[in-house]
Design a protein around this ligand. Sequence first.
Ligand SMILES: *Cc1c(COP(=O)(O)O)cnc(C)c1O
Length: 453
Amino acid sequence: MKFVSTRGQSEPVGFTEAVALGLAPDGGLFLPQKLPNLAPHLAGWESLGFADLAYEFLKLFATDLPPDVLRGIVQKTYGTFGQAETLAPLRKLDDRLFVLELFHGPTLAFKDFALQLLGNLYEHQCAQRGEGINILGATSGDTGAAAIHGLLGKPKTASFILYPEGRVSALQERQMTCTGAANVHAIAIDGTFDDAQRVLKEVFGDQDFAAQHRLSAVNSINLARILGQCIYYLSAWLRLPATGRANTEFVVPTGNFGNVFAGWLLQRMGVPVKGFKIATNRNDILHRLFNTAEYRSEPVQPSLAPSMDIQVASNFERFLYYALDENPTRVRAVMAQIKATGAYRFDVLNKASFSSSRATDGEITALIRQVWERHRYLVDPHTACGFKELNPARVSIVLATAHPAKFPEAIHAATGQTPTHPALEVLKARPIVKHRLPADAAAIKAFVAKHAV
Ligand SMILES: *Cc1c(COP(=O)(O)O)cnc(C)c1O
């Protein structure tokens, strides 16, 4: 299987190359040249455990990896989460309402599913090529922690994660700084998340430096992250009672469009899901898109669901590719217009089975309380957005993207409860190891040069 760029000006590449590159050389995002049809496989996949299902699914894409190598990577990835049946539990709240818990990985957020996979794919590549890899990323919270834990203790790898000092939650900071691992470098910069991203771009902009230190970016546009996320949708759908499946709507707390896009791609591959609901917080660029047919960036506003405080949905370009009939010339034109004007209006936007909702901070608090009172179930502020305006005609599966114990203040304010998790309690007893650096490319480069593998 080959992967093409949404912008059509890079040569198609195999799976390994697409994962190693992240972004396509022409600035586009990778997608399968031709989507496989999963429909004939579904009946046979019903009885598979999570790791076996992941293997059967990924082998349709990772055709350049020997089967035993892929199997090893998959076993290793989903082994770190614990027992198969506890990987992604499907909790039934009532006959028409389920929660898919995606927070049982090492950093208690759904990003672990894809970043654990990516870490093991990187490890394999390092071994193949006989050289190390240095991961450089900027984070406002969850991605950095999940990336760090994806590479924790792996030979010939180091991670350098920039985050804004004083602007990530105390627990998120502990997840990045209390690992005790020598190959993890948490860098607290003086400045905002935007400053961290600017510095990151400058460092990658020095292509000689990036090549010399074999720097690789972790961000939500890597193909492996999309495919890694498809698996839990598939697993959940297969576990539903057969009578409800075709009427299922996945409800997805959304920021970058990455998670929900993975589910939608699965539908395009022939899994009969009824629809997808995009649940945003007050940063509602995607909610506005599906209501007005206009994609328009607005300034980011902080919210109770910080991992969704995004106003440039980087995976939007993948949706656009399909919305524009897989025509890369049109994708290039639209992306150029968005870059120039910050907006694009579709003449006709086929909503393609998407619906959407938006929750303000006040509504998030009310929803956390309502779910607790009705079901005695605690949801984190991101997941809470999914409970706004559930469609009574559908069987809804709300994706729970983070463990409530990651956001104890918001939960306590809404319910009086204070959720805890042993993995987070352990961190509280460990020393914080971080490096304070100015938001300055020269300072970051000097640090990376000194500690790179
Ligand atoms: C990253 C994140 C999201 C948003 O995911 P996208 O793929 O950007 O839509 C939602 N909830 C939590 C807890 C996250 O960490």
